[in-house]
Design a protein around this ligand. Structure first.
Ligand code: NDP
Length: 526
């Protein structure tokens, strides 16, 4: 086990004479081997967790200010060596440098937010004890869990796992990270960069290997597992964690919809739709995979989107806006979805079956695809998108919510859009942009339904990696002590009278006015 990148040709030795099995990391753009890494087994994983636990006390004991200082220094290292990190991301995923840079930039911003807000969000706060126990001083603080296991995917190998790692560290935990088998070098690079700042403690370690290494992490006795990946694997992770009652966050797949209203800025909507659907070759959990457009503007929107789609191509040349499909197996899924869409009555306005090659998929815009086609119901994870004409935004909401996923969504409208956003059963919604919510560090990120549960980012993301610690302290002797066998019948009567005064007339109160509470409160104050 190591947090130091393994040279491509090395076989990791586990002891005298023993040769550890390794696996190769391969560039999906060229097919070249770019690294070789050990396959860590249950024993290795447990050893990493033990080391993480040994460092956890020191890290938690540093306090918010000390941890903030370390995370600030780490941020500096990441920023200064951004180009190097982008190179590793590019090598292992094939994505263009500009895309790698964008994901790293957003990550650094999240790291800054997590480090600087942890004290405010998690630090001890006094709360009202209420009337019945008014003699108590009540407070709550959020304490680190200990060791967090992070299991990450390959599509955004920096941004996605760091959405858990940065917040878990800021909250005072140490981390053992299992990156995807496709992007182990990125994970190791991240761990090495933190070790430059803190060489003597195991704050972030990486275990490499396949699904079995991830499963070992679930069973290793970590205090929480933050999993990001497919819904199917998420279920396996939950089952493994259930054995030890290890809590889990599941950030799973999506089938995000974009709604375009009749009064939307169509140029802006088409531009955003193209980027949301095709960026990173469509391998974005919150990417746009289906679009519902008001019938009055449908044809114009499709024409604009088609124009945009034709201006994007996948490849390795300097003009290529998107790279290859990172995971070879995904090509087959994309091919199946496009074939199913076309054979069930759909039409390709741009791209189509011939757009799915050996490594690259060219942008594909599909229309007239039935709603029960796999291209509409399942996560495609490729640069393809379906567009459907709808009567109005009510129908668009209905179709969006009919899906089993509920990660993100987007709306383009000339109106305020907030009411429409609230009606969409997704964890996040962008109005007049796509995927913006992921780049706002103070906003929680996560889904509902088959997109999983739990939240990373923002205050919720910090609290995910803590437990709430409630404390009461007796300030003075109460006239009626509720927590004693010494209560007299008179005191019982007084308690009953108090209860009646506090809650007994609740059902007799006039019905609440329909105005929002904030308005009522505002008027009272004025
Ligand atoms: P997978 O579910 O295949 O893998 C995710 C991680 O889980 C990998 O590190 C994988 O290791 C590991 N793993 C596999 N089997 C097990 C197991 N039995 N126990 C524990 N860990 C295991 O997802 P992908 O890597 O293919 O990523 C793509 C998916 O991730 C898409 O569905 C995408 O939507 C989703 N995603 C969700 C995001 C979100 O925030 N909601 C963000 C980004 C992606 P190995 O690679 O070695 O198999």
């Amino acid at each position: 086990m190591t947090t130091t990148s393994t040279p491509p040709s090395a076989a990791d030795s586990t002891g005298p004479g023993a040769q550890r099995r390794t696996f190769a990391s391969i560039s999906p753009a060229t097919g070249d081997v770019v690294g070789a890494h050990p396959i860590h087994d249950e024993t290795d994983v447990r050893a990493a967790v033990a080391r993480a636990r040994a460092s956890a006390g020191w890290w938690a004991g540093l306090g918010f200010a000390g941890r903030r200082e370390v995370l600030t220094q780490w941020r500096g290292v990441l920023t200064r060596r951004l180009a190097q990190l982008c190179d590793v991301v590019h090598q292992e995923t094939g994505k263009p440098h500009a895309d790698a840079q964008l994901e790293c930039t957003l990550t650094i911003d999240h790291l800054a937010w997590a480090g600087s807000h942890a004290a405010k969000v998690l630090g001890r706060k006094r709360v009202s004890p209420g009337l019945l126990l008014a003699n108590q001083a009540a407070s709550v603080e959020y304490l680190p869990l200990g060791v967090v296991g992070v299991i990450g995917p390959w599509n955004y190998p920096v941004f996605t796992p760091m959405g858990s790692i940065a917040y878990a560290l800021a909250a005072g935990n140490t981390v053992v990270f299992k990156p995807s088998e496709l992007t182990p070098g990125v994970g190791l690079w991240l761990a090495d960069s933190l070790r430059e700042v803190v060489p003597d403690h195991d704050l972030l370690q990486v275990v490499t290997g396949f699904g079995e290494t991830g499963a070992a992490l679930c069973r290793s006795g970590v205090d929480k597992v933050a999993f990001t990946g497919s819904t199917a694997t998420g279920k396996r992770v939950m089952a493994a964690c259930a054995e030890t009652l290890t809590p889990v966050i599941v950030e799973a797949g999506g089938k995000d919809a974009l709604l375009v209203d009749e009064d939307a800025d169509l140029e802006a909507a088409a531009g955003a739709a193209a980027w949301g659907a095709f960026a990173n070759a469509g391998q974005t959990c919150a990417g746009v995979e289906r679009i519902y457009v008001h019938e009055r503007v449908h044809d114009r929107f499709v024409a604009l989107l088609a124009e945009r789609a034709r201006s994007v191509h996948a490849g390795v040349d300097v003009d290529a806006k998107i790279g290859p499909m990172t995971m070879p197996g995904q090509l087959e899924i994309v091919r199946r979805h496009v074939a199913d869409a076309l054979s069930s009555g759909g039409r390709a306005v741009v791209g189509g079956a011939e757009a799915v090659g050996d490594r690259f998929v060219q942008p594909t815009v599909l229309v007239d695809v039935p709603e029960d086609s796999a291209a509409v119901t399942e996560e495609t994870f490729g640069p393809t998108v379906t567009v459907r004409k709808v009567r109005d935004m009510d129908e668009a909401v209905e179709l969006t919510n009919a899906g089993r996923y509920g990660l993100g969504s987007a709306i383009f409208t000339g109106k305020d859009g907030q009411d429409l956003a609230r009606r969409l059963r997704t964890g996040m919604t962008s109005i007049n942009s796509v995927i913006s919510f992921a780049g706002v560090p103070s906003l929680p990120f996560g889904g509902v339904g088959d997109s999983g549960f739990g939240r990373i980012h923002g205050p919720d993301g910090l609290r995910e990696f803590t437990y709430a610690k409630s404390v009461t302290r007796t300030r003075f002797k109460a006239p009626i002590n509720l927590t004693t066998f010494d209560r007299t019948p008179e005191q019982e009567t007084m308690v009953a009278t108090l209860l009646l005064a506090l809650h007994g007339r609740a059902s007799q109160l006039p019905k609440l006015p329909r105005r929002p509470l904030a308005t009522i409160r505002g008027r009272r104050r004025s």
